[in-house]
Design a protein around this ligand. Sequence first.
Ligand SMILES: [Zn+2]
Length: 321
Amino acid sequence: MKINSGYIVPSCLFNLVFLLFSNSYCSAWGFFAHKKINQFAIYTLPPPLSGFYKDNVQYLIQQSVAPDKRRYLIPSEGPRHYIDLDSYDLFSLPIFPLCLDTVKKWYSDEEISSFGILPWNLMKETDKLYWAFYHQDWSRVLRTSAELGHYLADATVPLHTTSNYNGQFTNQYGIHGLWETSIPETYFDHWFLTTGPASYLEDPNQAIMNLIVNTNSLVDSVLEMEMRADSICLGRKYGSKTRSGRTISSYSERFIKIYYKQLDGMVQRQMKVAIKILGSIWYTCWVKAGQPALPDGWKVQKEGKSRGNSPSKAIQGRDHE
Ligand SMILES: [Zn+2]
């Protein structure tokens, strides 16, 4: 946690807010949104790829949250979900690193695991999907497709690209879950998420870097709009809600509504970006692998088992991704 690096948050306020919100943002985009992104990406695919993915829709939905569940058990999982672009100085390097080995020439292992590896993990997973199609290893195709969906979705969340990932440096603690969980859960039914068909990507790695940079360009607005909503809300920022039979403190409905209005559709737009690029990467890997014939009516045999999603276990690393 970088909470103490030069920024003063009153400790009693910090403890209170931490306790209030620690259970509500334990997943990037929230499990709800991750599942929807994987599901809607299937609708972008052309036949025959669409048929194969539709036959396995339940698995793709279920497995979309597996990477977040792994974070309870595996410390090295956490950095795969984010990148602090402001902690790295990637654009001033002699060459832009398109793989983790190149990053290691300039940054220590400790720095890398603190700053995150999201784009390079995405590139690796994309490569894995290509080879799975190439070898017609259908179980691996589905598992990698589902998990790629998770990481790509993370890459469309602005607060996954900055060291101020939960507003802890700007006295906006809790903003992470507000943006990526509370808003989708509250407004999803009003959204129109059709994106048009998946596109072929000449250079998927470049597309991934472009995605990260575009996502990062929204960080200032995410923070600024929250401050503006706070000033409009006039002290009625927090309330309570019931989750899994328990009453927990959260942002008030009024505040969520005001913040949502200030964001002017940003969360919905980012969700569509996630859906479109996910479908495009699935499609591109299949095309680059030579468009192998897909097994008609084939379904993955073993549903992915939940691993380590015990509420009693603490997440290894950051508490919000
Ligand atoms: Zn994640």
